[in-house]
Design a protein around this ligand. Structure first.
Ligand code: ADE
Ligand code: ZN
Length: 345
């Protein structure tokens, strides 16, 4: 069994996907036409050519521009349905999906419009593929906390459809400590907590996310490895990291996959997972991320299986779902081993 077929065959969770970052250029142009808007790019090829980034901010500028074609509930439904279809094909059995409401409400789109479209797509994917899905509302950190508080207030009546809150967008210069109050409020209301930290920002931002915001997972966290005390803390407390290797390379946070910290994270005993971040912009979905990273870093089969198993264990699905998912994973792996042993005889 090759590493590729192991990755393709085993079940897995995606814990770091921005739904707006799954907007493929083909759909972007089709939605621009459907909504009578000027297309952000002259062609699909022109879009792909423009997707050359020197930093997170370079990407974010195009990310916000591209998502402006999303207008109606149907648009959000189509966007999420396309992602979920693709995820199911990758063997994703659980997807915890980030969305950026402020990037839409500030364009005059009602919170309910986008939430209705996204939740309708999740319900359809559950029915069609048995894929368990959930939504995590991300606050844009380049806006101030007052805006985040207002957004959370608008989200509260829909709490049954939102699993958690996160923190994303431009990182350096926007430390987690600025969002203490809104995270405290979300925790009090029973929301699960995550935050992007240590993508471009320093290890101190990861400390802040853990100690001041109380997050249960760190999104990216690659710069945590610069601080041995932080690595120790993440390992001891088993705080999962949702790592996105192709994203890190495309945004120049890491020079190449061959030197990506993912292997060092595993060697240090961290609970790392592999995810796609913004697959329409970075050239790969979950399995592409896992396969290319495993190849470039020479990950062992055991390490690959650990990454995928971690994703199920680190998910915010309820205990019963996780217990069954882990048992199914172990069973599938044992079957694959048995098959291989039989074919080697
Ligand atoms: N929003 C979408 N993708 C992001 C990323 N990689 N980092 C921060 N904010 C984001
Ligand atoms: Zn992200």
């Amino acid at each position: 069994m090759t590493t590729q077929s192991l990755i393709e065959t085993l079940p897995k969770a995606e814990l770091h996907i921005h739904i707006e970052g799954s907007l493929e250029p083909e759909m972007m142009l089709a939605l621009a036409e459907r909504n009578g808007l000027e297309a952000p790019y002259a062609s699909v090829e022109a879009a792909r050519t423009a997707y050359a980034f020197g930093s997170l901010q370079d990407f974010l500028d195009l990310y916000y521009r591209g998502m402006a074609v999303l207008q109606s509930e149907e648009d959000f439904f189509d966007l999420a349905s396309a992602y979920l279809e693709r995820a199911a094909a990758d063997g994703v059995t659980r997807a915890e999906i980030f969305f950026d409401p402020q990037a839409h409400t500030e364009r005059g789109i009602a919170f309910e419009t986008l939430l209705d479209g996204l939740t309708r797509a999740l319900a359809a994917a559950e029915k069609q593929h048995g894929l368990s899905g959930a939504l995590i509302l991300c606050f844009l950190r380049h806006l101030d906390e007052a805006d985040a508080l207002k957004t959370f207030e608008a989200a509260l009546p829909h709490r049954d459809r939102i699993l958690g809150v996160g923190l994303d967008s431009s990182e350096v210069g926007y430390p987690p400590e600025r969002f203490k109050r809104v995270f405290r409020w979300a925790a009090d209301e029973g929301f699960r907590l995550v935050a992007h930290a240590g993508e471009e920002g320093p290890p101190d931002y990861v400390w802040q996310a853990i100690d001041l915001l109380g997050v249960e997972r760190i999104d990216h966290g690659i710069r945590a490895l610069e601080d041995p005390a932080l690595v120790k803390r993440l390992a001891e407390d088993e705080i999962p990291l949702t790592v996105c290797p192709l994203s890190n390379v495309r945004l120049c946070a890491v020079e190449s996959l061959a030197v990506h910290p993912l292997k060092r994270m595993l060697d240090a005993g961290l609970v790392a997972t592999v995810n796609s971040d913004d697959p329409a912009y970075f050239g790969g979905y979950l399995n592409d991320n896992a396969i290319q990273s495993a190849d470039a870093l020479g990950l062992s089969e055991e390490q690959v299986a650990t990454l995928l198993r971690n994703s199920l264990d680190a998910s915010f699905a309820d205990e019963a779902w996780r217990t069954k998912a882990l048992a199914d994973f172990d069973k599938k792996r044992a079957e694959l081993d048995k098959k291989r042993a039989a074919s080697a005889d």
